[in-house]
Design a protein. Structure first.
Length: 678
């Protein structure tokens, strides 16, 4: 087998927030694949970096009263610490705010200019007058211009539509809640359409993308001329200023993927390597691992940039799905939005590495972290099947060591060695779930042998000492074989196995030959059972953190002042009350009424296609973006009232004296729009 030269990357995590268990799907997947390639004897480097530029970083640094450089340095330290805690090891972890990245950006920019792919155009862009900045796509939300779905981001909708923030209906700035203004600015564009034929050939070749990704690109983008790519942002902006366009900065999605090359350059400088051997050589395979949400950038823009600048194109872009927890999107309120650092306080990282591996396939399917299954799978597979082999045999041969010749095991080791090729094929194709199933089938057979041989019984009969050594030699070799196959997923277990048997695991071929005559060290616990209570503590801490971030806990204030300010009304009959039809409603859109000092315009959904427009005097208490998606109690049968600003078709219920002291009434979780309040 010839030695391959592989350069591997994961998507760059944004430096504006912590690493969480959703992020870790990708980085654990990549780390497993890299470790497998190295175990096979290939030369493989794994580079990554923090994605550090953009408006979000600038705004956060401003709010916290420090420089962007200080902020991103702190976040990089946190990110590297969390990755290391999960045994995700990079050969180099850089930053897009580096001189290496600036130099490569300049190089690629010159190539784009030289091939006449850059055009300048005045565009209308949304500007936040309160934050004092133009708004990037991610900082605008509004109603989709194609399907009218509310609360969608500024670049694309769940329905698949793509657009500019200015195309949104009723856009709102997520930075301040202000209604953005439309201002004109000069932007620079890459004429991606000139690369259309190349991109069709590259994406549809069948070699670089999963088939469903290639079909998606063909059906959504490549069936028509490609739009020009807006590649610049005007000041103020945290990033690299474009050298031949003062006052304009490269958009974060221009310099972020270039960070792969810059991080590689840093590694090359440290190790005395030539960058061209890794990024301009057909002898090198380049593999990107990304989530499906950034497919567009990595399969159209990025290959186009590399092609123009004469860099090596990706051999494969491996794209994975999202993480759900218990079948639902991760939730801060439910405690399932778990930070990496919180997980590490309570649980062994090996648990998550194995669980993710058991779920990851070669397609784009989302994976679900079912917490009950998580606990049972870890305890059954890792503790009950794999580690169990060592714990039930190693202590019986601490004195004698392993036998000098391999005993007859009925072909168990030889059959498992043959399965190694199938397991390797699954790893290579990123079908980790299949690899784990094959490995656990081998573990089942090994455990059947131990149950039948019962070394714990043999130890009591001195006449069976030789047989005891034979049984333990077989068992420990079967265990070591599993540890080799699991080494990409469980590197700590591989290290522990090497120490136990005084024979480090260094190559995939270690699974093909038994070790004999080796001294056996004193057995130490390799992995403990996962306690469900530790999962509950992790969830509770995640929930508590969210609660503390949302609002400080306050003491009860049940003074009688509100009743003094507004005494109880006269009694009414049940018949009077029943005339008022109170319904649960969802706010699907909210916007300011510029001419009104107190009013917000709300669009309420009562379920199905039932909508009500309501003007509510809550402007001083609520920002529009905070209301979208919220359930409220509405008066659904109130006679419509024509106001200067439009027709109000109902009322939302609230408490408080008015002004900023207004508190909308909301039902408990589980209530649904259209349900009547009794």
């Amino acid at each position: 087998m010839s030695v391959r030269r592989l350069l591997v990357t994961s998507a760059l995590p944004y430096a504006n927030g912590p690493i969480h268990i959703g992020h870790l799907v990708e980085y654990i997947q990549t780390d497993i694949w890299v470790r497998f390639q190295r175990l096979r004897g290939h030369r493989c480097i794994y580079v990554c970096a923090d994605d550090t530029h953009g408006t979000a970083i600038m705004i956060r640094a401003r709010q916290e009263g420090r420089t962007e450089t200080d902020l991103i340095a702190e976040m990089q330290q946190q990110h590297e610490r969390d990755f290391a805690g999960f045994d995700v090891l990079f050969d180099n972890y850089g930053s897009t705010d580096s001189e290496e990245n600036r130099r490569v950006c300049h190089e690629i920019w010159r190539a784009l200019r030289d091939q006449d792919l850059i055009v300048e155009r005045e565009v209308s862009q949304l500007y936040d007058p309160q934050a004092g900045t133009f708004l990037a796509d991610r900082f605008v939300r509004g109603t989709c211009p194609r399907c009218d779905r509310p609360d969608q981001p500024g670049d694309s909708c769940q329905c698949g539509a793509t657009y500019t923030p200015a195309d949104l209906i009723d856009p709102v700035s997520v930075l301040s809640g202000a209604r953005p203004e439309v201002r004109k600015a000069t932007h620079l564009f890459v004429q991606l359409g000139k690369l259309h034929d190349f991109l069709v050939d590259w994406t549809q070749s069948g070699r670089h993308l999963q088939s469903e990704v290639a079909n998606y690109l063909k059906g959504h983008f490549l069936h028509e001329p490609l739009k020009d790519w807006d590649i610049s942002r005007p000041a103020p902006y945290f990033g690299f200023e474009i050298p031949d366009s003062p006052g304009n900065y490269w958009y974060v999605w221009f310099d972020a993927p270039i960070g792969y090359i810059a991080s590689s350059q840093q590694w090359c400088d440290i190790h005395g390597e030539n960058l061209d051997d890794w990024w301009r050589s057909e002898q090198t395979e380049i593999h990107h691992f990304i989530g499906k949400d950034i497919t567009y950038f990595h399969t159209l823009f990025w290959p186009g940039m590399l092609k123009v600048a004469e860099f090596q194109l990706p051999t494969k872009v491996h794209i994975h799905g999202f993480l759900t927890v218990g079948g639902e999107k991760m939730s801060k309120s439910k405690g399932t939005f778990v930070k990496a650092s919180t997980y590490l306080k309570h649980l062994d990282p090996a648990y998550l590495r194995y669980y993710y591996a058991s779920k990851l396939g070669s397609r784009l399917d989302d994976i679900d972290l079912n917490l009950e299954e998580f606990a049972s799978k870890v305890n059954s597979d890792l503790v009950g099947k794999v580690v169990n082999l060592a714990s039930r045999s190693a202590k019986f041969v601490e004195t004698s060591g392993l036998a000098s010749t391999y005993p007859d095991d009925g072909g168990l080791f030889a059959r498992a060695a043959t399965v190694g090729d199938e397991i390797a094929e699954a790893y290579e194709g990123c079908d980790f779930g299949r690899a784990m199933r094959l490995i656990m089938e081998l573990a089942d057979r090994a455990n059947q042998f131990v149950e039948s041989a019962a070394p714990w019984k043999l130890r009591n009969d001195p006449a069976m000492a030789d047989r005891l050594q034979e049984v333990c030699t077989i068992t420990l070799n079967l265990f070591r074989q599993l540890a080799v196959y699991l080494a990409p997923v469980l590197p700590r277990l591989a290290e522990q196995t090497g120490r136990l048997l005084n024979n480090p695991i260094q190559h995939w071929n270690d699974s093909q030959t038994p070790i004999l005559g080796s001294r056996v060290a004193r057995f130490e616990h390799m992995m403990t059972r996962l306690d469900r209570r530790d999962i509950e503590k992790m969830i509770e801490e995640s929930r508590e953190v969210e609660a503390s971030e949302a609002a400080p806990t306050a003491a009860w204030d049940d003074s009688g002042q509100p009743l003094l300010d507004e005494p109880l009304a006269e009694q009414c009959t049940i018949e009077d009350f029943s005339k008022v039809d109170l319904r649960i409603a969802r706010i699907v859109a909210a916007e300011e009424v510029p001419e009104a000092k107190k009013l917000l315009k709300l669009t309420l959904s009562l379920g199905g296609d039932q909508r009500r427009t309501v003007f509510a005097g809550i402007k001083a208490a609520y920002s529009p973006e905070d209301l979208v998606g919220r359930l409220v109690v509405a008066v659904a049968n109130l006679a419509p009232r024509q106001m200067r600003f439009g027709l109000s078709e109902g009322m939302v219920t609230a408490a408080g004296p008015g002004g900023s002291d207004v508190f909308l009434l909301s039902p408990d979780q589980g209530a649904q729009p259209g349900q009547r309040v009794h």
